[in-house]
Design a protein around this ligand. Sequence first.
Ligand code: NAP
Length: 260
Amino acid sequence: MPLHPKPVALITGGSRGIGLGIAKCLARAGFDLAINGRRSAEDVAQALHELAGLGAQTLYLPADVAALAEHPHLLAAIKDRFGRLDSLVNNAGIAPEVRADILEATPESFDRLISINLKGPYFLTQAAAKWMIEQKQSQPQYFGTIVNVSSISAQVASVNRGDYCISKAGVAMASQLWATRLGEFGIGVYEIRPGIIRSDMTAAVKDKYDKLLAEGLTLENRWGEPEDVGQAVAAIATGNIRYATGAVIPIDGGLTVKRL
Ligand code: NAP
């Protein structure tokens, strides 16, 4: 069977928010897309339509990233439809249902956040990496990348969502581990650390962030947009950030620049 002519990316949580911003940028960069999420195909039809308008063939794969047994089915569906996977973007993630002080926060919330934000993408990476290695071994020109969307919360302590911070700090180490393990195969692994990005996740705390931004929280004085993150992912996946595996790229408007 001839090789599918366009590179293919799997984006978890790719039908809204930051994931959709990433999907749009990858579609414009010439990728076909496998989009994962929890919602029904009907609920994401509009997003897929937009991506088709940007030239991408899309395959929607509803599944919970935390359900590890689903991972082989996700990859098998991509193999069936496209026969290749060039980029995995681990973007799906959740905030805690309740922002609770770490003196009060529950183990149930901790387990949920770790399982969706860290354990799911860690093992999806394991499964995808094995296929990427096979592709590299059968086609020397193969260029594979893995991008983990973490958060400034990997380094900035918020005591009302410790579970989220710990899950993202884990993603940061997972990126270093996978970059190390996959280096010999020429598969680049990158961590993108978004700051405050406009999406459903931040809609609930819009007023708080509007106020902090007005007070000078970031150096670039505006909300981040999903496509700010998308542009960075597209640069990585198209090979425009070379010789940089393991890199941590902040897309935070300068929020984490230390100042005196
Ligand atoms: P969002 O608007 O709430 O969207 C989350 C996406 O993740 C949705 O597409 C959702 O799927 C998907 N998702 C959630 N749980 C899932 C699961 N168990 N299995 C599969 N898909 C799942 O959030 P966002 O702001 O775009 O955030 C995207 C990523 O960026 C997250 O990892 C988040 O932690 C990170 N981040 C966000 C910000 C920010 O300011 N927004 C800052 C730093 C980092 P459905 O659409 O099907 O529900």
